[in-house]
Design a protein around this ligand. Structure first.
Ligand SMILES: *Cc1c(COP(=O)(O)O)cnc(C)c1O
Length: 428
């Protein structure tokens, strides 16, 4: 029987790289143990929610047509509400992506004349058009909802004085993005977010706070305590098994307001057939704590491997994680391209394909993406992308299993050794 190094070699990974990786991993043992403990903790929370809500075989079936009295859908929404510590939840395959979930949460809960406040700087790119920061058809701005923003301080902390000044009589909803997304600012921990929410509520107890929870779910032992938590099912909570969907967990009134936008006033959560998707939605949530743990380990391993080889990584390998995204900066386009080629070649689907930079709509530079995923565009699966412009940073995330994340990162490094960008450090 072949040993594991021989298997890696058979897949094109040099022996020197394998031993470099093993040294790196020795230094990460304690961190990885902590991550496994978080996964265990969250697995138990999931089990409690499943059992308290009596998830049954019948729940896995679902409905067609209007979808009245869909036991599985309604139970799944109870499970989400319990897990996220909220009164109710809307968890639907009809929510097309994270942006859509955020859009209906915002549009359902804001009225003409209201103001939306982001106290954490610029929101995720796609929200600019939802809000109307960039003019767009059907934006909140077109409906007379204004927007104000308070940037983070130079050191990445909240500008509490600025936030206090920005809250006015028209402020109705506060939106907090948990993950850095594709910016270079820290991702906020749950306790930081809860502190900010407490500050805002102290000024105006009637304000609603929404957290864009994308990429953050199950990276910690608790979720933020907000009026609405919003995310995508092709990221962490779908566990890689959900083909499409999003969730909004929150206060009853907020969830009903969002449901009025997703379905219709009057119909709210009563309609929306689950279309045979429930089994995957339950199973994906069940797997999510360990899948998220695998992705977090991958991010830390990539940070450590590239950092020691002399590259800029963000966050650095020592940072405690609150999301699954890892950035590596190359200051060279061949770095971004080679990294993505390596990830693509380690994918379960389309491993033989070579990704190329292309002019993606909405971007001002060419973008390269590696995503040989089972679910198209799923970023809880091993994936990487980056714009072909200074400073030539690649963003890496996901990995449904730790061994696969490790393999993908090794292939990226191997590719960068082959094209002369990376070297195994002499002094390890
Ligand atoms: C992924 C993501 C979104 C939503 O993006 P979609 O591609 O529409 O699912 C919003 N905010 C953050 C922070 C995200 O990571």
């Amino acid at each position: 029987m072949k040993n594991i190094d021989e298997l890696y070699e058979g897949l094109g990974i040099d022996r020197e790289l394998i031993s470099y990786a093993e040294e790196i991993l020795c230094g990460l043992k304690v961190r990885f143990d902590r991550i496994d403990e978080t996964a265990e903790y969250n697995q138990l929370r999931v089990m409690k929610a499943f059992s308290d809500n009596r998830v049954s075989e019948a729940c896995l079936l679902g409905t067609t047509g209007y979808g009245y009295n869909d036991l599985g859908r309604d139970t799944l929404e109870r499970v989400y509400a319990d897990l996220f510590g909220t009164e109710d939840a809307l968890v639907r395959p009809q929510i097309t992506c994270g942006t859509h979930a955020l859009a209906i949460a915002l549009m359902g809960n804001l009225r003409p004349g209201d103001e939306l406040l982001s106290p954490v700087g610029k929101p995720y790119d796609t929200l600019e058009e939802v809000i109307g920061i960039r003019p767009s058809r059907g934006s909140l701005k077109e409906y007379g909802v204004s927007y104000s923003q308070v940037d983070l301080k130079e050191d990445g902390n909240f500008d509490y004085d600025g936030i206090r000044n920005a809250i006015n009589d028209r402020t109705k909803l506060v939106t907090i993005q948990r993950s850095k997304g594709y910016q270079t600012r820290p991702t906020f921990s749950v306790s930081q977010i809860n502190e900010l929410i407490a500050f805002v509520k102290d000024i105006r107890p009637d304000l609603n706070v929404m957290v864009d929870n994308c990429y953050g779910e199950f990276t910690e032992r608790e979720e933020p305590k907000a009026d609405m938590l919003v995310g995508s099912l092709i990221k962490n909570p779908g566990g890689g098994l959900v083909p499409s969907g999003g969730y909004i967990a929150g206060k009853q009134e907020c969830v009903d307001n969002a449901a009025a936008r997703l379905t219709s006033p009057g119909l709210l959560k009563e309609v929306g057939a689950s279309l045979g998707q429930l089994s995957g939605m339950y199973q994906g949530l069940f797997l999510s704590p360990t899948v998220t743990a695998a992705a977090v380990k991958g991010a830390i391993f990539a940070a450590a491997l590239y950092e020691k080889a002399g590259f800029e990584v963000y966050p650095d390998s020592a940072t405690v994680r609150h999301d699954i995204i890892q950035a590596v900066t190359f200051h060279d386009p061949r770095g971004v391209i080679g990294f993505c080629e390596g990830i693509q070649s380690a994918s379960p689907v389309d491993s033989f394909v070579t990704p190329e930079p292309w002019d993606m709509p909405g971007y001002d530079a060419k973008v390269i993406m590696a995503a040989g995923t089972f679910v198209s565009g799923s970023s809880i699966e091993l994936s990487a992308d980056g714009p072909i412009k200074e400073p030539y940073t690649v963003y890496f995330q996901g990995g449904l299993t730790w061994p696969h994340a490790k393999y993908g990162i090794l292939r990226s490094f191997q590719r960068l050794m082959e094209n002369g960008i990376a070297k195994i450090p002499a002094e390890k």
